[in-house]
Structure formats: structure tokens, C-alpha cells
Design a protein around this ligand. Structure first.
Ligand code: ZN
Length: 401
């Protein structure tokens, strides 16, 4: 894979009050890059004059679930629009990005997979996530219900071929007929089988984990809620040693739930995502998610036509948060978050240790995507994917390789 960002990077010498490594926080610390890689790091003042000074140095963020941003989308438009979306998130600290598609007709998904594969070859994105089309109609949230279909190994094989090795993850509702076969096919092909947009019982979800489900798509959102007699998918997935995505934007989940997920899933199993759509970084107004209209008010994106096409049953949404939240409009439709925001909130509002947040925002997604040893941590020999933050955890600088 060619990485255009690696070609023109002179060495940087970073001096940070706190350098977050897999072995703990080095304070103060320094880090030197060479040829797009981390050459060395250590404690104290750097051995050469610093080119960059910051309070925090963290590994570049890896967003495993994102549909767009900066007014542009992976779900619509051509390569230039996808480039705009990737560049928007890169400017917010996301150095590796998995472009997420939403449910659409099979031929359209094939076409988009082909287009995005070309961008992955160029290093603009790092893989593709198919959020659909094998999802539950009653938990479809901001997924177009017209194009939902029953799981089919033949259809999956077509999508896999169109992705040319860049299809990294597929979200599937395990309770649908034929789901187990597609989960096994995905697992066998090295594609992460993720449970999401699902109305499955805990028992069915446990069977799906045994069949190869190893990841939870935005846990709690777009799935049957956790009950104390029927723990549903959320309970089974939290108990299943699978990696669990959370949208920690303060809207999709209560911070207490994010804290509970972090504890229950355990370090190394929490994954911070944005699930952002085109409206991220843009003013309130009207946007699109796939073929659905979305209205953003006060930074919260909702389907524009409650009760119309795509609006799930009341109280059920991709957000799936609560009836109260839904009553103000349609279901929550993706987020307007960026990784720098969810990382800052995970530390300040949720209260997670910064080392756990670095795991959840970089190291664990890198491992899940087969990029451990390439990126995902501040360590010698890894790509110089680095985010610098100020004392208030606000983004100061981003380096990609
Ligand atoms: Zn999504």
C-alpha cells in the first residue's frame, strides 16, 4: 500500500509534558520520528531541539465507524467527497479511518465498495465497514428499511469481492435467518463480524459469538435494551469478551453507561467511535445519510421525517437512546462527533484513565484491524501517527506517518 503521507515527512522531535505509551504515561517525555516512523522515545528533555511542544502526546486516533464529516460523506458522492470526509476527520486527530456504509441496494453497495477500495489503495482510508444490509427492521434506526435483506452468503460473497480485501467489518443482526452462515463466512474471510441493529435475545447473541461475532456495533444504540431478566444483545456482548464500540458523545449514551461498559468489557475491549455523518463539523441544518434526510439541531442529528420512511418505531433508533430523546423528532441518525471530542469527553466527563482511553481510541482498533505492529500506540518502529493536545485536551497538532 502506498502512503502519500509517508513520503514528505522530515523528522519531528516532540517534547510533551505527558507522553502516553502502552507502558504508562512518561512525564515529561520526548519522541523523535524518522521517515514517517517513531524512531525513539524517552523520559526528560529531548536529546535534540524540539520541533513540537505539547502537554499531551497520544497515538493517532483510529475511528472504526464513521460515515462522513465536514459536509461530505462516504455513503454518497464520489471519491473527492470521500477525500473531504477523511481529511476533515484527520484534522480532528483520526489518522486511520474505516469508512462506514449504510444499508442500500446490493448493486449500490458493490459500487461504493469498489470506489472506496480505490481510495484505500491510495491510503486515503484504511478499510470499509458495511453497516447492513442484514439488519433488524425493528432496530434499523437511520437505516433505510426498504433495502434491508435476509442474510445471504451469496450476497456477502459479492460484497466481499467488491471490497478487494478492504472490507474489514460487517454489522449484522444475529437473529435473522441465515445470519449464522454469513457470520461464519465473514469470520473465515478475515472480516470482523459485528452484532448490531439487532433485536436478538441474549441466548441468540451468545450463539452468534460462538459462530464468530467478535465485535459490538455502537453497543446499546440500535439494539434491544438490556433487561435484568432478558439481557438481550447488550448483556450478552458485554459478557462475551468481544470488543465493544461506544459513541461517547454525551448524546447517544449516558456517561455512566460508558463507564459501565468500560468496566464490564475490560481494558482492551472498549472502542471509541464517532459514527459521525456528513454534518459533523457543520452548522445545524439539513443533511443526507444514504438516501435518508437528516435534520441537525443543536448538534444532534435526527431523521427528518418521523413516522416516514426510515423512522423506526417510537423509542427505537440507531441512537436508540430513549423515548424522551426521540419525541423531539425522528430517531438519532449517527452523530456529529469527532474523535478529539469523544476522547476529551472520555477523560473529562466519563472519567476514564488516559491510558485506557488511548487503548480505546487507538491500540484496540489497531489490533482489531490487523494493524498492531503498524500503528495504534506510541512505540519505536510504529508509524508516526501522533496527536498532540494542550492542557485542556484540545487538539493542537496531528501527524500521520
Ligand atoms: Zn453507523
Amino acid at each position: 500500500m502506498t502512503d502519500p503521507w509517508a513520503l514528505t515527512s522530515p523528522g519531528a522531535v516532540i517534547a510533551a509534558e505527558r507522553l502516553v505509551t502502552p507502558h504508562g504515561v512518561i512525564s515529561p517525555g520526548w519522541l523523535a520520528t524518522n521517515g514517517g516512523r517513531i524512531a525513539a522515545l524517552g523520559q526528560g528533555e529531548p536529546p535534540a531541539a524540539a520541533t513540537h511542544r505539547a502537554h499531551w502526546a497520544l497515538p493517532g486516533f483510529i475511528d472504526m465507524h464513521v460515515h462522513g464529516g465536514g459536509g461530505a460523506s462516504f455513503t454518497e458522492g464520489g471519491p473527492d467527497e470521500a477525500r473531504t470526509a477523511a481529511a476533515f476527520h484527520r484534522a480532528h486527530g483520526t489518522t486511520r479511518i474505516i469508512a462506514s456504509l449504510v444499508t442500500a441496494p446490493l448493486a449500490e453497495l458493490e459500487h461504493r465498495l469498489e470506489m472506496l477500495s480505490g481510495l484505500a489503495d491510495e491510503g486515503v482510508i484504511d478499510g470499509i465497514h458495511l453497516e447492513g444490509p442484514f439488519l433488524s427492521a425493528v432496530r434499523c434506526g437511520a437505516q433505510d428499511p426498504r433495502y434491508l435483506g435476509e442474510p445471504s452468503v451469496a450476497a456477502f460473497a459479492r460484497l466481499l469481492a467488491a471490497g478487494r480485501g478492504w472490507l474489514k467489518m460487517i454489522t449484522i443482526a444475529p437473529e435473522l435467518p441465515g445470519a449464522a452462515e454469513v457470520i461464519r463466512a465473514a469470520h473465515a474471510a478475515g472480516v470482523i463480524a459485528a452484532a448490531g441493529h439487532t433485536d436478538a435475545s441474549a441466548a441468540v447473541t451468545e450463539q452468534a459469538v460462538a459462530a464468530g461475532v467478535s465485535h459490538a456495533t455502537h453497543l446499546f444504540n440500535g439494539m434491544r435494551p438490556l433487561g435484568h431478566r432478558e439481557p438481550g444483545p447488550a448483556g450478552a456482548l458485554l459478557d462475551g469478551r468481544v470488543t465493544c464500540e461506544v459513541i461517547a458523545d454525551g448524546t447517544h449514551l449516558h456517561d455512566t453507561i460508558v463507564r459501565l461498559v468500560a468496566r464490564a468489557a475490560g481494558p482492551g475491549n472498549l472502542v471509541l467511535i464517532t459514527d459521525a455523518m456528513a454534518a459533523a463539523g457543520m452548522p445545524d441544518g439539513h443533511y443526507r445519510l444514504g438516501e435518508l434526510d437528516v435534520t441537525v439541531a443543536a448538534g444532534v442529528a435526527r431523521l427528518a421525517a418521523p413516522g416516514g420512511a426510515g423512522a423506526g418505531p417510537v423509542g427505537v433508533s440507531q441512537g436508540g437512546v430513549s423515548t424522551g430523546a426521540v419525541s423531539k423528532g425522528g430517531p438519532i441518525a449517527g452523530s456529529t462527533a469527532t474523535m478529539d471530542l469523544v476522547v476529551r469527553r472520555a477523560i473529562t466527563a466519563v472519567g476514564l484513565p488516559v491510558t485506557d482511553v488511548a487503548l480505546a481510541a487507538a491500540t484496540t482498533p489497531a489490533r482489531r484491524l490487523g494493524l498492531a505492529g503498524v500503528t495504534g500506540a506510541l512505540g519505536p518502529g510504529l508509524a508516526a501517527d501522533i496527536v498532540l493536545l494542550d492542557e485542556e485536551l484540545r487538539l493542537q497538532d496531528v501527524m500521520k506517518a
